[in-house]
Design a protein. Structure first.
Ligand code: HEC
Length: 225
């Protein structure tokens, strides 16, 4: 009987503790959050807060297509208090401009109905993708045929967000440009649907490093050289 009791207690601890730490405590912290106004004296700025809105229609497409199964939107703080481990997460991609970078904090998600933190990083973190996003044409090509951009890509092709149509008259201005190997039949073109456009706008609006009141406003300020 004691064994059985130990078993039940062990089971309760094994499930109860993670549940408490990963779900109950964060939920309580999150519920207490309220917007805090900028304090010019303390933060050194007056700004937009809650953060500038992201493209909500595009966000719905992102959710529906399950993009957050492979992409996170969360730049972690330093690990185990060791500065430098994950330094530069979110800025280590090609071509990112020298813009403020900081780890994400709970307040970054305050104005969003769903915080798409993601579950695993199969693809790159997209929290600050807006800063390094290429032009629309490049994004359309990537979503229509990821392998035409990187032949090693494991990202699925989202061809259903595009329409293959017969070219009538001149080629559409937003027709997706594809390398020969991936091109559709002659006389046809690939055009993005409204949803593809909204998705692209959503991705371009992802810039989760705006200054927020308090500590991170200081961290978010561009480094003085
Ligand atoms: C099965 C996993 C998977 C899914 C699902 C997925 N991606 Fe990706 N994604 C990747 C991988 C891997 C890469 C890196 C290779 C590449 O560039 O194709 C990537 C790259 C990207 C990039 C370029 C990121 C950068 O920093 O250059 C963007 C933008 C992107 N994905 C958006 C999306 C969107 C939007 C969706 C949903 C419509 C999506 N992904 C769904 C795996 C995935």
């Amino acid at each position: 009987m004691t064994n059985f009791r130990t078993f039940i207690l062990g089971l309760a601890a094994a499930f109860g503790l993670p549940w408490l730490c990963l779900i109950v405590l964060p939920a309580m912290q999150y519920q207490q959050l309220t917007p805090v106004a900028y304090d010019k004296d303390k933060d050194g700025l007056e700004g937009i807060y809650p953060p500038a809105p992201v493209n909500d229609q595009g966000k719905l497409v992102y959710v529906r297509e399950g993009c957050n199964q492979c992409h996170t939107q969360m730049i972690r703080p330093q690990q185990l208090g060791l500065d430098g481990w994950y330094k530069g997460w979110g800025q280590d991609q090609e071509g990112r401009p020298t813009a403020p970078v900081r780890p994400n904090v709970l307040r970054d998600y305050l104005s969003e109905k769903y915080a798409l933190l993601g579950v695993q990083r199969v693809g790159p973190d997209l929290a600050n993708f807006g800063w390094r996003a290429p032009d629309e044409a490049a994004l359309y090509q990537h979503f229509y045929s990821p392998r035409s951009v990187h032949d090693w890509s494991t990202m699925p092709a989202y061809t259903h967000l595009f329409k293959v149509q017969k070219i009538q008259g001149p080629v559409s201005t937003d027709a997706v440009k594809l390398p020969k190997k991936f091109a559709v039949a002659a006389g046809y073109e690939v055009v993005p649907t409204l949803e593809a456009k909204q998705l692209v706008q959503y991705l371009q609006s992802l810039k989760k490093d705006y200054p927020i009141p308090g500590q991170s406003a200081v961290a978010a300020a561009p480094a003085k050289k």
